[in-house]
Design a binder for this molecule. Structure first.
Ligand SMILES: NC(=O)c1ccc[n+]([C@@H]2O[C@H](COP(=O)([O-])OP(=O)(O)OC[C@H]3O[C@@H](n4cnc5c(N)ncnc54)[C@H](O)[C@@H]3O)[C@@H](O)[C@H]2O)c1
Length: 328
């Protein structure tokens, strides 16, 4: 089996490829992988350095919007796992155009190429942010899509286009909607790595608004196992939520990071809230648990402590990225 994995020089896709090539993901053991990534500011080939010499791996530097390139790659693969996206909400608030270009148009180009070349399974990696915000309870996959940020709206657009290629053309599409990922190799503009690396350098951390926003935290290892299960056993045309089962307010997660870093609240700057900041996300994961046997396996406290240690051990990885993205 040969897979095209888009966006795998980023955080989650690189985890998927590293672990798939180490045969740690059930359902894709032995797979050969072509990675397609245009290496935007958040893509980094270093993320794939541990498997760079694998005979089952090939890296193609290119854009998912490049139909000619897709015509070359698609005939060589049996399935697609589509991670590539613009992924940072704050950037979409400043300028949404590239989000629509990459997330909506790019996904449509990929789906078109998959259809044209008779690709088997196409897993589209979406997000729980497509549902909007929920004050109480949990979203099942049946909930309406009410995205609030331009990022989430562009992901909802691509999610629905992926669904339409199944309904209209019968393409074997399965969609996953996951909660907030954390883990190693996470670009240091996102909350956990930004806070950890700032505190390592004795710098303050910015907490949006009152910090009452609630997020479900999912270890990237659990997420990638869920995606592999969906690829191997998910039902065609279906949507599967993937969550981690740990809901925390931003105040609570800040508290935990401060504790692990040996710092106190004097290091926290309360900054103006993000525009349209969703209050609470919470996914119901009953469907993937009962149908595919998924359960989150990494306990949050252990996962977070390991992530902090990873950033302590890998300054050479994150420091240049922070400087490049002017986050330092
Ligand atoms: N990180 C999270 O917590 C989270 C949560 C829910 C869903 N997701 C989704 O998971 C996927 C991966 O997220 P991530 O956190 O790894 O993102 P990331 O920003 O770390 O990686 C995205 C990758 O896509 C590549 N890319 C961007 N535009 C491209 C293009 N036009 N052509 C080819 N490659 C391109 C980038 O170079 C980068 O390597 C995204 O689709 C995202 O929406 C992420």
């Amino acid at each position: 089996m040969k897979l095209l994995v888009t966006g795998a020089a980023g955080f989650i896709g690189s985890n998927f490829v590293r672990r798939a090539l180490a045969d740690e993901l059930p359902g894709v053991e032995g797979a050969e992988i072509i990675v397609l990534d245009s290496l935007t500011y958040s893509g980094n080939e270093e993320n794939l350095a541990p498997i760079a010499d694998s005979p089952r791996y090939e890296f193609v530097h290119g854009d998912i919007r490049d139909a000619e390139l897709l015509d070359e790659l698609m005939p060589r693969v049996d399935g697609v796992i589509h991670f590539a996206a613009e992924s940072h909400v704050d950037r979409s608030v400043l300028d949404a155009s590239i989000f629509v270009e990459t997330n909506v148009l790019g996904t449509q180009r990929l789906l078109d190429a998959a259809l044209k070349h008779g690709i088997g399974r196409f897993v589209h990696v979406s997000t729980d942010e497509v549902y909007g915000s929920i004050e109480e309870g949990e979203w099942t996959e049946e909930f309406p899509l009410e995205p609030n940020s331009p990022y989430a709206a562009s992901k909802a657009g691509s999610d629905l286009i992926a669904r339409s290629y199944h309904r209209t053309h019968g393409l074997d599409v399965v969609i996953t909607r996951c909660s907030n990922n954390y883990g190693p190799y996470h670009f240091p503009e996102k909350l956990i790595p930004l806070f950890v690396t700032n505190l390592m350098d004795d710098k303050h951390v910015p907490l949006y608004g009152t910090g009452e926003n609630v997020r479900d935290w999912l270890h990237v290892d659990d997420h990638c196992r869920g995606i592999a299960l969906v690829f191997a056993k998910g039902r065609s045309g279906e949507v599967y939520n993937i969550g981690g089962g740990t809901q925390l307010t931003n105040v609570e997660i800040t508290e935990k990071i401060l504790e692990l870093m040996g710092k106190d609240w004097s290091y926290v700057d309360h900054v103006e809230d993000r525009k349209g900041h969703d209050l609470r996300y919470c996914v119901d994961i009953t469907k993937i648990e009962t149908e595919l046997g998924y359960t989150p396996q990494v306990p949050f406290e252990q996962g977070l402590a390991e992530v902090v240690q990873w950033y302590r051990d890998n300054r050479a990885w994150w420091e240049p990225l922070k400087e490049r993205a002017a986050l330092a």
